[in-house]
Design a binder for this molecule. Structure first.
Ligand code: GDP
Ligand code: ZN
Length: 521
């Protein structure tokens, strides 16, 4: 890495605001001189806590606290690191930081950029790139499940899986290239080195890793669920009911407003951003139509659309018009609300059908749309939208409408379609089933919690690696030209895998990754 800046850096490492303790952190190749200036000749034994006065340049006390010195390379960044733990008030910490910057001005000490401590840890090979990203993901984790997975990534579990795979690819590639280098030796390469089973093994591992990465991505970024439907079907009531029951850690997400029309909730540790929208209908009212335009914009961005209808008049003409406009690439969960207003027998049949469907769950490949009703099915056949709740009890009637996912987006492994899904936002009935189906339709597999958190970058690299391995398999025949191509595809697959852990990564990408960190990390 040629662009590695090595000036010493300093920042407040604890969160802004008040706290019992706050930490100012300094990292640089050689901090002995700075320490000498800050503490008037007192030397700090590495990795020992020293209780000391923190004085300003004039010798006046700013605070007193613990100084910790880590001698590089045995530190977080791999450089010398100094941590000053003082009282956690913004004024104290600002003065402490300023004092450090003054004392180190002639040594080039400057304020750290976001993520710069972790970037140094990466550049000094204390962490690989996936682990460095996990640092930010652990800090940002909004649920315990996400934090557990981030910690697994940070400890290297994900990197280890990727490295094992990369090693398998490189071993195979070395064998092919050796064959290419000595063409006079008539080796039956594929036979001798069992190339086909080896390839098959790599393909299987990649597929498993991609499925796990998808889980990890859902845990990390959460799902964007948009409530759509006519006015007064109960969208806002449902949002409140779901948010009101949520007992998980609720944290504001950067860049999102947490006004009452958007809530973050957790279901089994999976973060869901649920967005309420203005009711969809034809209107002459300008203000209302602006709201409706915004609703459609939200619907376009959704990972999952929850189409809420009134159980007393499900699938009426307006709902069918809404269904026709829903984006074809997004899974849609159709839910009938206000079942408490149905006659008791209608209610009972609806809930019974629901209970049945959780016992017998059909596994359906959403990528092909096979067996899952697509929107056009719904359009063509109104029987998928029951005209009244009495007709909605038959097993042939599906209230879960799923759109086929295009092949480049890894779709949910299976969709469990309930025959009907009725709820009452008012009484809370059916909400547990709704929660399950929301995760289900988004492709969350609770039995396979990802042991690590994944990012879109990882997912993309794994998919590209898989494509190259598939291409390699197509070239695996015994002639030199094909073997050349075979080797080349293996090389490209290997590069993709190495990019995950940061062995081959552009400076641009590194800048992008680390600039999204918080200051002081
Ligand atoms: P939105 O326009 O779709 O957001 O609908 P609201 O959430 O504002 O609800 C419209 C009306 O329906 C309100 O009077 C709610 O109290 C009522 N409502 C919502 N959900 C239910 C329900 O499950 N049962 C009953 N009986 N009323 C409901
Ligand atoms: Zn509303």
């Amino acid at each position: 890495m040629t662009t590695f800046a090595s000036d010493p850096i300093a920042a407040i490492a604890t969160a802004p605001g008040r706290g019992g303790i706050g930490v100012v952190r300094v990292s640089g190749r050689e901090l002995a001189l700075l320490i000498d200036r800050l503490f008037g000749g007192t030397t700090l034994a590495p990795r020992h806590a020293h209780y000391l006065p923190f004085n300003d340049a004039a010798g006046q006390p700013i605070d007193a606290g613990i100084a910790l010195y880590f001698k590089g390379p045995n530190s977080y960044t791999g450089e010398d690191v100094l941590e000053l733990q003082g009282h956690g008030g913004p004024a104290v910490l600002q003065r402490l930081l300023r004092r450090c910057l003054e004392a180190g001005a002639d040594l080039g000490l400057r304020h750290a950029e976001p993520g710069e401590f972790t970037q140094r840890a990466f550049l000094n090979e204390r962490l690989d790139l996936a682990q460095a990203e996990a640092v930010a993901d652990l800090i940002d984790a909004s649920s315990e499940a996400a934090a557990r997975s981030a910690m697994a990534s940070l400890s290297g579990a994900f990197s280890a899986r990727v490295n094992t795979l990369a090693d398998q690819v490189v071993r195979l590639r070395m064998l092919v290239e050796a064959t290419l280098d000595f063409p006079e030796e008539e080796i039956d390469f594929l036979e001798k080195y069992q190339a086909r089973p080896a390839l098959q093994h790599i393909q299987d591992d990649l597929r498993a890793l991609i499925a796990l990465a998808r889980q990890g991505m859902i845990l990390r970024t959460g799902l964007h669920v948009v409530l759509a439907g006519q006015p007064n079907v109960g969208k806002s009531s449902l949002l409140n009911a779901l948010a009101g029951d949520d007992v998980a850690i609720v944290t504001p997400i950067a860049g999102t407003t947490r006004d009452k029309v958007a809530q973050q909730i957790h279901i089994d540790g999976v973060p869901l951003h649920i967005v309420d929208t203005a009711g969809l209908r034809d209107t002459e009212d300008t203000v209302e139509s602006l709201g409706i335009a915004r609703s459609w914009a939200e619907i376009e961005k959704a990972d999952v659309i929850l189409h809420l209808q009134d159980a007393r008049r499900p699938g009426d003409e307006l709902d069918r018009a809404i269904v026709r406009r829903l984006p074809a690439h997004t899974p849609v969960l159709t839910v009938y609300n206000k079942i408490d207003l149905l006659a008791p027998d209608e209610q009972a049949t609806m809930l019974a059908a629901q209970a049945d469907s959780t016992g017998i769950r059909a596994s359906v490949d959403a990528r092909t749309g096979g067996g899952v009703r697509s929107r056009s099915d719904t359009d063509a056949n109104n029987s998928t939208v029951p005209a009244s709740s009495e007709t909605s009890t038959g097993a042939s009637v599906s209230s879960t409408t799923t759109h086929p996912v295009p092949p480049n987006i890894p779709g949910p492994a299976s969709i469990h379609s309930p025959s009907t899904l009725g709820i009452s936002a008012k009484t809370g009935r059916g909400l547990d089933a709704l929660r399950k189906h929301l995760l289900d339709i988004a492709g969350w597999n609770p039995g396979a919690e990802s042991p690590w958190l994944a990012r879109e970058r990882h997912q993309r690299a794994l998919q590209l690696a898989a494509q190259h391995i598939d291409l390699a398999a197509g070239h695996a025949s015994n002639n030199d030209q094909a073997l050349d191509l075979f080797a080349e595809e293996l090389r490209l697959a290997h590069n993709e895998l190495c990019a995950i852990t940061g062995q081959f990564t552009s400076d641009d990408l590194l800048g992008e990754i680390f600039s999204s960190f918080c200051i002081g990390k």
